[in-house]
Design a protein around this ligand. Structure first.
Ligand code: PHE
Length: 344
């Protein structure tokens, strides 16, 4: 009898060693069925318990259960290790950042741009705006022409444009391009309101991705994000615009920060201004542009400038994230370094 007890303990001991030496999931599966399957020595001994001396049956039964339990646990633990090793090897082969494979499991969360985007939507929805979006691949007409920037307009050089070779698809509305700002969504929104016959008032914000032929540096990315605001109503004024921007600044950054408008030029607004937001250290950071919607834009969109007026603004979402989180270099946002991303 004590032979059988010894054998049960020996089975657990050698089994454990062999499990921990496996180097592949396939080898582990085979060993699993060899040690614990229907034809294993453990199963056979369990069946043999019937014939054992009733006084010793209990002790042997317990030893067999223990051996099975030990081996079972060891197989599960080894299976997890092998899976983690396989992932690590795969990541290495792809040259990906290994920090995500090291150590404990990680709970995913949203990217700082997404967080900022969603907070901005929340603030503007709280101020009574609705959210619109539009296509990233646009035509020249929506991105420029309708916005009072005809083909030869010198101000076009303010937007280094990436064009898309759309072959036959290029429409009568001009060349196909990656939108350089979210302002074409203004045009689409006004056209829709005019076409549906509901017309203004319009109070919308349009967050989205935009593209420019730019080299990435600490303050520029060739692919970045803007949030456009558009209000069209009766009797809107520059004061309404300044008040809206100030209200937004306080709601988003807190009561201690403030905004200022600096005279500027955009073809689609008149007058136009740059929007700066005060920094805790007393300096100002430019976050975007704004102005009163140019009458030509209203006309292009089927609205009568005698009846309607409006204002628009466009902020850089990445810049707002930079200010709010004290990010020193915008390139951090796209470098996929877990040590950076984990801070949000
Ligand atoms: N579209 C402008 C830009 O990208 C910003 C802007 C939006 C200016 C709305 C005025 C009104 O630079």
């Amino acid at each position: 009898m004590s032979d059988k007890l010894d054998e049960a303990r020996e089975l657990a001991r050698t089994g454990l060693e062999r499990i921990n030496r496996t180097t592949s999931v396939e080898a582990l599966d085979a060993l699993d069925s060899e040690l614990l399957g229907k034809r294993s020595r453990l199963t056979e001994m369990r069946a043999g318990l019937r014939d054992a001396d009733p006084r010793e049956r209990k002790e042997l039964g317990r030893a067999l259960n223990e051996a099975r339990h030990t081996l079972d646990e060891a197989v599960s633990a080894r299976r997890e290790e092998l899976a983690a090793e396989a992932l690590r090897t795969e990541l290495l082969a792809e040259g990906r950042d290994l920090t995500e494979a090291l150590g404990r499991a990680r709970v995913g969360h949203q990217h700082p741009i997404t967080l900022t985007w969603e907070r901005l939507e929340d603030v503007f929805v709280g101020m009574g705006f609705t959210v619109e979006d539009g296509p990233e691949v646009e035509t020249d007409w929506f991105n420029f022409e309708a916005l009072n920037l005809p083909a030869a307009h010198p101000a076009r050089s303010l937007w280094d444009t990436l064009y898309v070779d759309a072959g036959e698809e290029s429409t009568e509305r001009g060349e196909v391009l990656l939108r350089t700002h979210t302002s074409p969504v203004q045009v689409r929104t006004m056209l829709r309101a005019a076409a549906v016959g509901t017309g203004p008032p319009i109070y919308v914000v349009c967050p989205g991705r935009v593209y420019r032929r730019d080299t990435a540096d600490a303050t520029h990315l060739p692919v970045f994000h803007q949030i456009e605001g558009l209000v069209v109503d009766r009797g809107t004024s520059m004061g309404d615009l300044a008040g809206t921007i100030e209200e937004f600044t306080k709601a988003y950054f807190g009561e201690s920060l403030t905004s200022r408008l600096r005279p500027s030029y955009f073809p689609f607004t008149e007058p136009s201004a740059e929007v700066d937001i005060s920094q805790p250290d007393g300096s100002w950071l430019e976050v975007g542009g704004c102005g009163m919607v140019h009458p030509n834009v209203l006309v292009h969109c089927g609205l009568d400038p005698e009846e309607w007026s409006g204002f628009a603004f466009g902020f850089g979402i990445d810049r707002l994230a930079k200010i709010r989180h004290g990010i020193s270099d915008l390139r951090e946002l796209v470098a996929n370094d877990m040590r950076f991303l984990e801070q949000f």
